[in-house]
Design a protein around this ligand. Structure first.
Ligand SMILES: Cc1ncc(CN)c(N)n1
Length: 229
């Protein structure tokens, strides 16, 4: 991509090639109307609250995925530092859960009464399918990177100069759009690229397919905000 945030952290890599090849899909997830509306100050607050409640459920389901990824890294990675990067991601999820609880109070949302919508259930089921020990570390780390990167790129867009993000939503945008989260996403991408370089063609094809599935699920997830389940 022209404005590749991870440039300088080592070549275009396989992921860079895929991002160019699937640019429109990637933009569909990172420049979704929900995000553009936040950035333009045009978001309606019921949509935002719908997204917030559904994302809390998603993040809870994301924890076992990351736990399984840790096991895969421990089993299959030849670089010990992968574990530390993924553990950092787990710690960020712990903070995220606490943050959702705080935000729910602020927006008067009863988290215990949120019913997961179909797109959320489908996405969580997809995550669950990646827990299986037969799913390769390379495929799972590629999924992890893109799941995190979509939020990072989306919310960072709402913080760029000239954006009209409402002050009440800046905290949300900063949660995922901040520079440290950006650096963490670049570390994940580097790991995924390293794994992909040495993977068989078969595993690479699976990882590319997984990346596209994640993008589809992310778009469906944003769509829930305007009531399309
Ligand atoms: C749907 C979704 N995708 C990604 C993230 C970032 N952890 C999230 N909270 N929710």
């Amino acid at each position: 991509m022209e404005d590749d945030a991870c440039k300088g952290s080592g070549g275009e890599g396989i992921i860079g090639t895929w991002l160019r090849k699937h640019r429109l899909f990637y933009l569909g997830a990172t420049r979704h109307p929900f995000i553009l509306n936040i950035r333009d100050g045009a978001v309606d607050f019921p949509s935002f609250k719908r997204w917030l409640g559904q994302d809390y459920i998603f993040v809870r389901a994301f924890v076992p995925f990351v736990a399984a990824l840790l096991l895969k890294a421990w089993r299959d990675s030849d670089d010990q530092s992968d574990i530390e990067v993924i553990l950092g991601g787990m710690a960020a999820l712990n903070d995220e859960i606490a943050w959702f609880k705080k935000e729910a109070l602020k927006w008067d949302i009863q988290l215990s009464s949120i019913v997961p919508q179909k797109a959320n259930q489908d996405y969580c089921r997809f995550l669950e399918s990646l827990l299986h020990p037969d799913v390769e570390y390379t495929v799972a780390i590629t999924a992890f990177w893109v799941i995190e990167a979509v939020y990072q790129e989306s919310f960072a867009h709402c913080l760029e100069e000239g954006s009209g993000t409402p002050p009440e939503l800046r905290d949300t945008c900063e949660r995922w759009g901040n520079d440290d989260f950006g650096k963490y996403c670049c570390s994940l991408r580097k790991i995924a690229d390293r794994q992909l370089e040495k993977a068989s063609d078969d595993v690479r094809v699976k990882a590319e397919g997984t990346l596209l599935y994640v993008l589809e699920h992310e778009v469906a997830f944003w769509n829930m905000s305007h009531g399309e389940a």
